[in-house]
Ligand binder design. Structure first.
Ligand SMILES: Nc1ncnc2c1ncn2[C@@H]1O[C@H](COP(=O)(O)OP(=O)(O)OP(=O)(O)O)[C@@H](O)[C@H]1O
Length: 476
């Protein structure tokens, strides 16, 4: 980013030297002032991204100038220069809002690195402010947020599609907000007063899923003591959201196809056909065309489901949403944990902007939640984020801030950390093979999937790692 810098020093040689360094080595624009009063006038006129000022000047010392600048524009970054041996004054300046200090004589590289850091942080901070303002103007999509063009396009399409009865298929990687989009469609639909019912096709075993969906009659199977309404009946007049549709078994795919084609279904064990009046929205992180090619998903069902298609991009493809989402989660978890944290430090934001996020928005949310828990100041700092994979640092040592929580909350936090670390190690050891990992851990595959989802872990993170236990192909 190209910035505009104001250099203030009563020594002309220093002004000339800094002006030359900045013009020769960077793309930034530079202006100089040898008089602090003139400098204040320049700041009032606006348009600067950074002020570099000496601390010792005859007409007004740098601290006073700094205070004056902050009164005019509290968001403007100021770097102070100080002679060797007067570090205390520099420290006082940082307390008063200077973002960095440089001791004279300085090395060319030192000043250049400082300038680049400050200007890029300044640009992120400004962007955040703009995003927060945009957030204030958000448009009835409750907690579904985004300001990038691709998300704006999704909001527009939700508004178009919601009032119709069209069946919707939402695809995209795990944690990108597919369920939130489904809820937003329902919330803007004509049937919004009626129920929105979610059914997770992976979490429920096949034999149970059928009766969950369609209901059953008394005596249909052992344990069916009385008639039971299914979720299709519960969602009458509303929306039925079929999550993880790509995992639906072949038998249920056929039954669901009938429901979509005929608008009819039959409860398990029953011989009376019922009419369905439900809007169907389904979602999957699988590539359904590939599943069709592999013979695992019915093509005719795919076309029935895919009347209106939403493809959600990964978070890495819309990094511009990270500041907005980061602040949203900060507010949410500061509230839940009863903490006063007002912002994310620009350097922490810079780190967040640079991550890959295989677990997408869910992963960002987890990072911020953890950060809020460990944060001990009013600003979320880079070290609160535990980005260097928290594993090694956390085992053995109880994070100090846990001691401030009630026992149950502290225990829940530790359990969540344990889950994340355990699953991470388990999947690492099995090259991301969920079936094998679950077998090794002695838990159900579905349960492992659920734990992974809660921890924001996706198998893609482990693709390419060797499965130490077996050479068999992935089964999940
Ligand atoms: N655009 C967004 N704005 C705000 N929060 C979001 C957004 N996208 C996702 N989230 C949050 O991220 C988490 C995951 O979202 P969601 O469950 O909708 O993703 P998903 O794509 O359905 O995931 P999966 O495929 O694993 O079921 C939720 O806590 C959700 O609130």
């Amino acid at each position: 980013m190209k910035g505009r810098i104001l250099v203030v020093d009563d020594e002309r040689d220093m002004l000339l030297l800094l002006e030359r360094i900045i013009t020769e080595e960077t793309d930034h624009q530079v202006e100089t002032a040898s008089d602090p009063m003139v400098a204040l006038e320049c700041v009032k006129a606006g348009g600067f991204d950074l002020v570099i000022t000496d601390l010792k000047m005859p007409k007004m010392d740098g601290i006073r100038l700094l205070e004056g600048i902050k009164e005019i524009d509290p968001t403007l970054s100021v770097v102070v220069m100080t002679a060797f041996g007067t570090i205390e004054t520099a420290v006082e300046a940082t307390r008063k809002g200077a973002c960095d200090y440089i001791t004279k004589p300085f090395r060319r590289e030192r000043i250049l690195v400082t300038i680049e850091n400050v200007i890029s942080i300044q640009s992120i901070t400004r962007e955040n402010r703009a995003l927060r303002e945009a957030l204030g103007k958000q448009n009835g999509f409750a907690s579904l947020l985004g300001v990038t063009p691709v998300m704006r396009d999704i909001f527009d399409r939700i508004r178009q599609v919601a009032p119709t009865q069209g069946t919707v298929l939402i695809t995209g990687p795990s944690g990108t907000g597919k369920e939130l989009v489904a809820k937003a469609i329902h919330a803007h639909s004509r049937q919004k007063e009626n129920r929105f019912i979610t059914i997770n096709c992976t979490a429920i075993p096949e034999n149970v899923l059928e009766s969950e969906l369609f209901g059953h009659v008394k005596g249909a199977f052992t344990g069916a003591w009385k008639d039971k309404r299914g979720l299709v009946a519960d969602a009458h007049g509303g929306t039925l959201f079929l999550d993880e549709i790509g995992d639906l078994s072949p038998i249920l795919q056929t039954k669901l196809l009938r429901l979509l084609q005929e608008g009819e279904y039959r409860p398990v064990g029953g011989n009376v056909t019922r009419k369905a009046d439900t809007r169907f929205i389904s979602a999957t992180n699988r590539h359904l065309r590939k599943e069709i090619a592999r013979g695992r998903f019915r093509e005719d069902l795919f076309y029935r489901l895919n009347v209106i298609h939403f493809e959600l991009p990964s978070l890495a493809q819309r990094r511009g949403d990270i500041p907005l989402l980061g602040h949203h989660f900060l507010k949410k978890y500061a509230g839940i944990n009863n903490k006063r944290i007002s912002g994310i430090h620009p350097s922490a934001m810079q780190r967040l902007m640079a991550l890959d996020y295989p677990g997408n928005v869910r992963e960002l949310e987890n990072i911020i939640e953890r950060g809020v828990i460990f944060c001990r100041t009013e600003t979320l700092m880079p070290e609160d984020l535990f980005l260097e994979r928290e594993r090694s640092q956390m085992i053995g040592a109880l994070p100090p801030s846990l001691g401030q929580l009630p026992f149950k909350d502290a225990k829940d936090q530790m359990v969540a950390i344990f889950h994340r670390q355990y699953i991470d190690q388990l999947l690492r050891d099995h090259g991301g093979n969920v079936s094998r990992a679950a077998q090794k851990a002695g838990i159900q595959r579905q349960y492992l999937h659920r734990l992974m989802k809660e921890a924001g872990i996706v198998t893609d993170q482990y693709k390419g790692l060797p499965d130490h236990q077996s050479a068999e192909p992935e089964m999940n």
